[in-house]
Every structure is written in structure tokens, then in C-alpha cells.
Design a binder for this molecule. Sequence first.
Ligand SMILES: [Zn+2]
Length: 90
Amino acid sequence: MVYIVELNGFKYYACEVCRSLYELEDQAKTCEEHCRTNPGIPSTISKEAIGYINPEGEPQKVFFKIAPLRGCSKTVFKLCRTGVKIYKGC
Ligand SMILES: [Zn+2]
């Protein structure tokens, strides 16, 4: 059950365990599988993460390590505040 992050009309996906943010849902699912079966050990796919999320924050926050291909073009670790929506997929 990965997190789905809606930002500026684009969707990104985040691992529910380590909160790493990915451009593809499959990447987030792979990460989540690894994180569940190997707690505490970073997954190799986490290198492909484009950032991370803080879904418990108020407001919810998304941090980008690198500028994603589209949408938010903020620089390293800058916070994107506009219209971010984080919810769990099913
Ligand atoms: Zn993970």
C-alpha cells in the first residue's frame, strides 16, 4: 500500500515504510516489499528515489532530492508547498 502523492497535477509514489519518493509506482512497491522483509536495511532501489515525504506533518510535506522530470522544479531538498495531497493507495 504505497503512498500516492499528488503535486501540481502529477502523481508520485512513496514507500509506506521508509517514505522514499519515486516517479513510478512499481519502484515504490519494490521498495516497500524490501523494507517490509528487511527492516532497517536500505533497499538498492532507494538510490532511485527522487525525495521523501512526511505524511504526518501539518501541512503534509514533500522533499525533493532532485528536480523531478516534470512538475515541481524546485532545487535540492526545497519544500514544495503548493497543492500537495498525500494519500494511501489500495
Ligand atoms: Zn522503502
